[in-house]
Design a protein around this ligand. Structure first.
Ligand code: SF4
Length: 228
């Protein structure tokens, strides 16, 4: 059976690529190499989740590197911090290392779980994988795993695999925190708006009730007095 080295960005994203590749007849080995995940605790959580997946699906796992300092990584970007642009620089070392390792270890091809995520820049990943493939004379197997997005989510939940809340690097963590803060603020504003509307409507109802009561009282008074 042909052997493939699957670069894995994390446990949950590697599930469906693993399943699909096996269904295609590949003998899969997983390679966890993601040095810019921030902070170090998060890197460990993702590595442990990857170990859990490897154990549960009975697949050999190779690991390399450890979390690098987030600040140093940003400095190494040389000002390319915009989401999308910096991602190319993030995919590059991962694809290069995977391609080189695949060739050194005699794999028939390599691929990556990054091709599963709907949140990643799919075409850029393809570019970088092709580039790494040419650089290291190591065949790249392109697959679009995104159609199995929901199956992967369901499977990771079923297996109880840790699911991260941001892509990985320190910048994506800050962006995710900012988005969460903005979402919380939006929710609080909507709640306050709803409360104000309900209070307004209650006040309108009270005033209406008062007016009806006043009218009734007037009718009763004027009725008694015989005034029309
Ligand atoms: S957002 Fe994700 S893909 Fe982009 S640079 Fe950060 S970790 Fe890498």
């Amino acid at each position: 059976m042909p052997r493939i080295l699957l670069h894995a960005c994390c446990g949950p994203c590697s599930l469906m690529p693993l399943v699909r590749l096996r269904e295609e007849g590949w003998t899969v080995t997983v390679f966890f190499f993601n040095p810019n995940i921030h902070p170090a605790d998060e890197w460990k959580k993702r590595r442990d989740a990857m170990r859990e997946v490897a154990a549960r699906l009975n697949v050999p796992l190779l690991e390399e590197g450890e979390a690098v300092n987030g600040g140093l990584w940003v400095r190494a970007l040389g000002g390319v911090t915009k989401e999308g642009e910096r991602c190319r620089l993030c995919y590059r070392p991962r694809m290069e290392r995977t391609a080189r390792l695949a060739r050194e270890m005699g794999f028939d091809a390599f691929t990556t779980s990054l091709l599963y995520s709907r949140y990643q820049h799919h075409e850029t990943i393809m570019d970088e994988a092709e580039r790494a493939s040419a650089l290291h004379a190591s065949p790249f197997l392109y697959r679009d795993f995104r159609p199995w997005w929901w199956d992967g989510i369901a499977m990771s939940k079923e297996l109880g695999i840790y699911r991260q809340k941001w892509c990985g690097c320190i910048l994506s963590m800050k962006e995710a925190l900012l988005q969460q803060k903005e979402a919380a603020e939006r929710k609080a504003a909507q709640k306050a708006e709803r409360a104000a509307r309900l209070a307004r409507e209650a006040e309108e109802r009270r005033l209406k009730k008062e007016a009806v009561a006043a009218k009734k009282a007037l009718r009763e008074r004027t009725g008694k007095n015989g005034v029309r």
